[in-house]
Design a protein around this ligand. Structure first.
Ligand SMILES: [Zn+2]
Length: 131
């Protein structure tokens, strides 16, 4: 029952974000560190960044704030690929460097700073369906 409620809450947050066309002042308010993928919930909480790897932080995962329900995976450790850095301020709010640029269809390009999503001006592609 608890899981049903959690999934309903996730659905509401995503619907709200889609309705605002991704430009809502979405917030990602905390970081959850898990040992590996088995520690992830069935559906990621849209207001959390999940860091994989308890000792060496290997990946950061988040439910994309566009609300469409795709997962962003950021490499934190492998030097052979683009690497991101997740930092946490005194209030526990995450920042991610550099910007997150999902070059899918549509594109999702934004910054996460101190728990707030700021969309790049070019952050959404023209193919974005109007809802
Ligand atoms: Zn997205």
């Amino acid at each position: 029952m608890k899981r049903v409620l959690a999934n309903a809450r996730i659905g509401v947050i995503r619907a709200y974000r889609r309705a605002r066309n991704g430009h809502a002042k979405s917030r990602i308010i905390r970081v959850i560190i898990v040992g590996d993928r088995s520690g992830l919930p069935e559906r990621l909480d849209p207001r959390c960044v999940y860091v994989l790897g308890a000792t060496t932080h290997k990946w950061a995962l988040l439910d994309c704030p566009c609300g469409r329900g795709h997962t962003i995976e950021l490499n934190l450790a492998n030097p052979a690929r683009t690497r991101w850095k997740v930092t946490i301020n005194n209030a526990g709010q995450p920042s991610v460097h550099p910007s997150i640029d999902y070059r899918g269809q549509p594109r999702c390009h934004y910054w996460l700073r101190d728990g707030r999503i700021r969309w790049a001006p070019n952050g959404r592609s023209a193919a974005e369906p109007q809802r």
